[in-house]
Design a protein around this ligand. Sequence first.
Ligand SMILES: *Cc1c(COP(=O)(O)O)cnc(C)c1O
Length: 362
Amino acid sequence: MIPLTKTFMPPKDELMPALEKVLYSGYIAQGEAVDIFENKLALYLGNSNCLTVNSGSSALHIALILAGVKDGDEVITTALTAEPTNTVISQSGAKIVWADIDPKTGNLCPEDVERKITEKTRAIMVVDYAGVPMDIKKFQEIEKKYGIPIIEDGAHAFGASFEDKKIGNHFRYTVFSFQAIKHFTTIDGGVLCLKDDHEFEKAKLIRWFGISKKLTRQENDITVQGYKYHMNNVNATVGLIQLNHIEKVVDRYIKNGRFFDEALKNIPGIELLEYYPNSQPSYWLYTVKVKNKQNFIKTMTDKGIMVSDLHKRNDSHTIFRDSKIQLSKLDEFEREWVHIPCGWWVTDEDREYIVNVIREGW
Ligand SMILES: *Cc1c(COP(=O)(O)O)cnc(C)c1O
């Protein structure tokens, strides 16, 4: 079976000595390895304000806190995403306001987001679904026009870019997840990329109980509510070794994605996504819209290709029942959207095989 997701791990002889060294170093909490990892990650992403944490969800929560989101505020968001995008919003006490998607990409429709803005809107959560960058230009305009911060959930879009700048540089807050099945993994972990230097310092406090690591315990006085969200030296060491391979890994996702962009054109019953101008997706999954979705999934699976819609639209969960509204574009998209494997493990032969099976029909 060609899997839909697969964890990349660096070769044993490279990873294990580094891991062994940190495990028996006598210090595995947040320390030097985290600092070095943060600096190297900052170089890769091109943003010097990179705050590593223990999960993407923690990073999203810190972003919501920095944006000032509190009980009773509204956060506009998408239902087409993995659940953590939205469970963190309910965790913050805010009310979820769904906006509809752009059916050409599956990402939030900027015009519909604008229609949903009220005086209670404190933040807008936008996802680069499946690794396709959202309409960054339009959302930057919205952020500017209304002064409402955008939180970019880039969990699917590590290594993607817009106008030749990596995702992680276009909004006040961008979040990546380093959970097991993402492009880049530290086993578990995440990062919050910030634009503002002062917010970066505040985020460091929130990450670790509100305690400053620059001062002794006696000198510390906690003034902000903090959490236990830091990354430790062990996960950071995995991350450091993973970074040696990231260019190659992401490049393979992109090469496979571009291959499907060409090879799947003009096949009856299948419609490809569009991309916004000047954006380079990193194709965490390759999403297509197909007629007879269930037949498609069955035919592909029977032929050894794992194909799935992977996510459940989030507004159908009971916990979000009170915010449910009509989202007609998402209703249409839901009938047709499905992902095919596109990652680093998909070989030239695999991708030819996938295209041939699709050409045969379902
Ligand atoms: C994986 C994921 C997250 C959460 O990341 P964790 O590291 O698992 O907390 C958030 N948003 C999206 C879209 C994701 O896919």
